[in-house]
Design a protein around this ligand. Structure first.
Ligand code: ZN
Length: 58
């Protein structure tokens, strides 16, 4: 399988999952679960890092 697309720099903070829905445990007036969406602070919900050409090897 040829790979024409270069590997994208996936955010190491969220591992490519920038938004996470968290159940608060409370329910709304309609009986639905109240959820909040948390964004990754490192990539701001993009899932990818915007590093320069020089990648930092940890
Ligand atoms: Zn992230």
């Amino acid at each position: 399988m040829p790979q024409h697309t270069p590997p994208r720099p996936i955010c190491g903070h969220c591992d490519g999952f920038p938004t996470v829905t968290i159940t608060t445990g409370q329910t709304t007036a309609e009986g639905q679960r109240k959820t909040i969406t948390a964004r990754c602070p490192a990539c701001h919900g993009t899932g990818h890092t915007r590093t320069s050409t020089k990648a930092v090897a940890a």
